[in-house]
Unconditional design. Sequence first.
Length: 199
Amino acid sequence: MNQARGYLLLMFFFAVSACGRLGYDSVNTQSLLLDSDQDGVPDSEELFGDSDGDGLANFLDDDDDGDSLPTAFEVSEEAKAGGDVDGDGTVAYLDTDSDGDGILDSEELGDDLDGDGLPNFLDTDSDGDGIPDSDDADTFCADGRKDFSESDVDCGGAGCSGCADEKSCSVNTDCQSMECGSTGTCIATSCSDGQKEWG
């Protein structure tokens, strides 16, 4: 009972502060009380939880599970897909592997690799090859395509080995040489580029 009373007081304080600061009218105040972060999930469902441990309560967090996919997007796409895809009882906006394929949502993201209308994080066969991702997740780095977080075809990103020189990169760890140049391509390190440097 005390937790519910505290929640109501906090919501009242938040609404009064926001209304005074931002000039919300009574209609907007009502919607603010129902869904403070406008993510499609009522505050009454999010309460005080901080699912991703980022220090921001879910009812104010636009990415409740910290997977780089906005909660509103996950809620909308899961509804289109017909509900809990992996059947684990955890809604997508709180599930770090929403399709249960062994690949984290933060790796699959919201792209639609096979163009079937289902984003990768909810698609159990993201590449459309007829093999469930749970069975061929380890082959994405050798399928001749730029998948998920790969910085170039079959290299870089969180799950594959580093890319060769002249391949695309975002960060140094995308490259075999551990050096991502300012142009976004892997470059040879000074000790392996065939050039004499430093005098």
